[in-house]
Write a protein that binds this ligand. Sequence first.
Ligand code: IPE
Ligand code: IPE
Ligand code: MG
Ligand code: MG
Length: 296
Amino acid sequence: VQKFSGYLIKLRKLINEALEANLSGDNVEKQVLTAMRYSLFIGGKRLRPLLCLVGAKAVGGQIEDVISYACALEMIHSYSLIHDDLPIMDNDDYRRGVPSNHNIFGESIAMLAGDGLFTQAMILMTDRKKIKKLNYRRILMATQMVMDSIGWKGMIGGQSADLLAEKHKVNLDEVQLIHAKKTGAFIAASVASGGLLAGGNKEQVYTLNRYGQYIGLAFQIADDLLNISGDPELLGKSIGSDNVKGKITYPLLIGLTKARQVGENLIVKAVKLTEKFTSAAWLLKDLALYIMQRAY
Ligand code: IPE
Ligand code: IPE
Ligand code: MG
Ligand code: MG
């Protein structure tokens, strides 16, 4: 099983510290803040903020300048997981090794905790003190790119298509489109936003985005493979749930071996793109290789 290199583990520690600093403070509305912190801090690989930091490094940028922006991406991701697990969505009872947010705080607080994490992300992305080293025009561009990737053309659209697909038979092309939207778009925007914020040129940002699309699609294929053959202890979520819901996935349509092969091929394409970078190519490569080899 591929493990993060020491440097990525160090970056993840930085992310966790920055998240703590960016979601604490006076506990006025105790219940919802507790629920927000519960899901954000209980676990998580921190893949999207890591990608943002590595995207910045790939164009020669500084980690410190984009770290709070990277934290905002993890808040957005955590919001999407809380909502994804709700009974009216995937109805999943475990996440990040513990009971899902709604199983602890109830459905209405879980919904608000998701909303609260999303708005906290927006507060962070527009906090002049935290992003003072960045170019304002680039912040606007990156933020629109991220919002596009999680809106109706991206994650929200993908989540909606994903739910509808439980009721209809979908083919491989349709599954690919759903995956690209619900998971790939935000992963691509995460790595590209780092490059954009840190001063990358058009071609660099475009290349990071394509790299992100490849690994993002592979990431969802790996997620679906792990839902069949993963270790629930390691994963921190229940397995077999896609099957119960009748979810159409790559492994269901083409089998486990072929699905894995499709994922591996996408990683090969992503790794090829890392050759275009000099400063952090090895980190981009490390992250790409990790995607299909991960056990959780
Ligand atoms: C799970 O994302 C949801 C998908 C998009 C497949 P992660 O596997 O990144 O979840 P955490 O953040 O590590 O919990
Ligand atoms: C989650 O997809 C995608 C988002 C949260 C946007 P899944 O529903 O396939 O992910 P898991 O398996 O619950 O983590
Ligand atoms: Mg889902
Ligand atoms: Mg789910």
